[in-house]
Design a binder for this molecule. Structure first.
Ligand SMILES: [Zn+2]
Ligand SMILES: [Zn+2]
Length: 211
């Protein structure tokens, strides 16, 4: 009997390093951000969005197969999709088939939100503060006859801004900070330097490594 116990003990002792190695691998795994194309999206936009996220956040990005935009989010009078309904759709209806910490929807269609007195205000993106979902639209990123390179810079800034909201960052008054409130103006987006100010950076570092 004693021999069985000592064998089991020896076996446990032998297995123990492997168990803790496995636990360490899980602990060191990077958080996954899912990119969810909503309706047709250009492969180039998706690739740029992915590279832009990876350049700023220490995470893994998984691109999910496209799902159609939900009809319930369509606001017919302006032919736009309501961004808040899209966030609910991403959180509740979309089944990714893999685990992730955030889901970022991306669409070519115009999206909107209620801003003060204006019921349907067209926006670049929307992120739920300290939540799981955000959504961005490429529809307005060509404003001012922007060339491809400028459009891509804008896409990356908008996407990283909205992801910042989901990690708990609010709008920031610091000039050039990625978390400035664009207030619907592409000029503000163009004036951002694509990274966080010291204060936003420090706040974010508490929940996620930033490059
Ligand atoms: Zn914002
Ligand atoms: Zn800031």
């Amino acid at each position: 009997m004693n021999r069985i116990f000592s064998f089991l003990y020896a076996l446990c002792f032998f297995l123990q390093p492997f168990v803790s190695d496995a636990a360490e691998v899980v602990a060191n795994a990077k958080p996954v951000i899912a990119l969810q194309p909503l309706g047709d999206c250009s492969a180039k936009d998706i690739e740029q969005a992915k590279m832009g996220i990876l350049a700023l956040y220490d995470c893994e990005v998984k691109v999910a197969p496209m799902v159609a935009l939900p009809q319930k989010a369509f606001y017919e009078p302006r032919a736009r999709y309501r961004a808040d309904t899209l966030l609910d759709f991403l959180a509740v209806d979309v089944k990714l088939g893999f685990d992730c910490v955030k889901i970022d929807g991306i669409t070519q269609k115009d999206i909107s939100f209620t801003k003060g007195e204006v019921y349907d205000w067209g926006i670049f993106g929307l992120g739920s503060l300290d939540g799981k979902t955000c959504v961005i639209s490429t529809f307005r990123l060509g404003a001012g006859k922007a060339d491809e390179s400028l459009k891509m810079q804008r896409l990356i800034k908008v996407i990283n801004h909205e992801i910042g909201h989901t990690f708990g960052l609010e709008h920031c008054p610091a000039k050039g900070c990625l978390m400035q409130d664009a207030k619907g103006m592409i000029k503000t987006v163009d004036g951002e330097n694509g990274s966080f100010c010291e204060s936003c950076h420090q706040r974010l570092e508490k929940v996620l490594r930033v490059k």
